[in-house]
Design a protein around this ligand. Structure first.
Ligand code: FES
Length: 125
């Protein structure tokens, strides 16, 4: 299980060296997630239309290592954009990946850029 998580590390927008085209805006439903594959990673991409923002994170939920976060519910907690895992409803910040339930495990987040109608996710390599 550790192996699954070890390939996911948060990338800050300023540090991204590769901007991978995830798709077009219309590929991602409003306020829901879509899953893309980049190399050996599954990445959940969220078109958070209620906030007019986009987010990306690892698709693997660190609770039970299920590849499900793209199917979770988006929401906000004290203005922090969050994703709730569809399995057991653990919630994570989409801004920094922190665990909003106060548990020690968190998720990796990735920067998203929208240029025209194209959606890009940033990676280090
Ligand atoms: S697998 Fe995600 S909360 Fe349990």
């Amino acid at each position: 299980m550790e192996n699954i998580l070890s390939k996911y590390k948060t990338v800050l927008a300023d540090h991204a060296t590769i901007w991978f085209k995830a798709g077009n805006i219309n590929d991602f439903p409003s306020n829901r997630g879509g899953c893309i594959k980049y190399k050996d990673k599954q990445i959940a991409v969220f078109n958070f239309e209620r906030r007019n923002e986009w987010y990306a994170c690892q698709n693997a939920c660190p609770h039970k290592m299920e590849m499900v976060l793209s199917r979770g519910m988006t929401g906000s907690a004290d203005d922090v954009p969050k994703i709730a895992c569809p399995m057991h409803k653990k919630t994570f910040s989409l801004a920094d990946g922190s665990n909003l339930n106060g548990e020690e495990y968190s998720i990796a987040t990735y920067p998203v850029r929208v240029i025209g109608d194209e959606v890009f996710v940033g990676f280090l390599e």
